[in-house]
Design a protein around this ligand. Structure first.
Ligand code: PEP
Length: 254
């Protein structure tokens, strides 16, 4: 499978933004702009409470919906948590796992991610696993060591079939929400390294797995990044909150 035959993914991480009413207003504008991009996978990741309204509004469209987190157990005494079967039941298609904000502010560990990834796949959800180094780690030449540690640990519980079904997002922490974007060369280099880590497990999965770039992607830099063969799409935070900007980023992936 060549890079050109991997369907690009454009995912909008809304973080803790947009009420259900605001999500509905976004879609009323965005769905008309984005049209029917059959050669691209467009994913909206709203807050838990806006998931169901967004699923319902996207039913007649090609746009898919993902959550931003989940618990690894299907049910139990875990106050405040939401499980993969609960997400699947309401029509959610996927889930972001291991975002650096969850690793940083909510103590998300590689051990927990190793349990969450197979749980998501078992429930039929497409995981978007986020990995990436901090600025100090890049400065001290540890980028590859960090990526290796995260990818190997987080995917330890996923079998080879599951490996090719998931999406990985390379998100250097220093580029998230900062306005500083990795250069296309930096992004391609890191993504190539991540693909080599998957290849060490399964050559077939390495060919199929989509690996995105995330970190201050905007309409102004999307075409340059998404034009690179190794970059299979983008996970977009800030710029995905505006329907015109996100539609422009989706168009840049064509
Ligand atoms: C993100 O939240 O995953 C992200 C990449 O954010 P931003 O695009 O705002 O840097």
């Amino acid at each position: 499978m060549s890079p050109a035959s991997r369907t690009p993914v454009l995912a909008a991480n809304w973080k803790m933004h947009k009420t259900s009413a605001e999500a509905e207003a976004f879609l009323a504008d965005f769905l008309g702009r984005v049209g029917d991009p059959r050669d691209r996978e467009v994913v909206i990741c709203p807050s838990f409470l806006a998931l169901k309204p967004v699923v319902d509004l996207c039913l007649q469209s090609p746009v898919r919906v993902a959550a931003q987190n989940m618990h690894d157990e299907p049910e139990g005494a875990f106050t405040g948590e939401v499980s993969a079967p609960m997400l699947a039941e309401i029509g959610v298609d996927g889930v972001i796992l291991g975002h650096s904000e969850r690793r940083e502010h909510f103590c998300e560990s590689d051990e927990a991610l190793a349990r969450k990834l197979p749980a998501a796949l078992d429930a039929g959800l497409e995981p978007i696993l986020c990995v990436g180094e901090r600025e100090s780690e890049r400065d001290s030449g540890e980028t590859e060591a960090v990526l290796r540690r995260q990818v190997e640990a987080d995917l330890a519980g996923v079998d080879d079939a599951g490996l090719s079904e998931l999406v990985i997002a390379y998100e250097p922490v220093w580029a998230i929400g900062t306005g500083r974007t990795a250069t296309p060369d930096q992004a391609e280099e890191a993504i190539g390294f991540i693909r080599s880590l998957v290849e060490a497990r399964s050559a077939e999965a390495a060919e199929r797995v989509r690996i995105l770039y995330g970190g201050s992607v905007k309409p102004a830099n999307a075409a340059e990044l998404l034009g690179r063969g190794e970059i299979d799409g983008a996970l977009v935070g800030g710029a995905s909150l505006d329907p015109a900007d996100f539609a422009e980023i989706v168009a840049a992936a064509s």
